[in-house]
Design a protein. Sequence first.
Length: 79
Amino acid sequence: MDRPDLAVIDMLMPVMNGLEVQTRLRRVSPSTRVIVLTAQDDPSIRRIAMNAGASAFFTKGVESSDFLAGVKAAGDSGN
């Protein structure tokens, strides 16, 4: 099984939501950094994701430079 350094997870998916994926991923690959991407900026979902260890939380439509900076920061935090 692959254990990626970084995963970008959407909140809305067909089988389970992004928080469930984050929880399962944390169990099988604790070192994988997670960035959450969602269409709705729900403060409670943001708080849950960040408290569960997400490196960043972005709302779709985020400026590409901000998103790439978040990816770089998450990647750098693993070194």
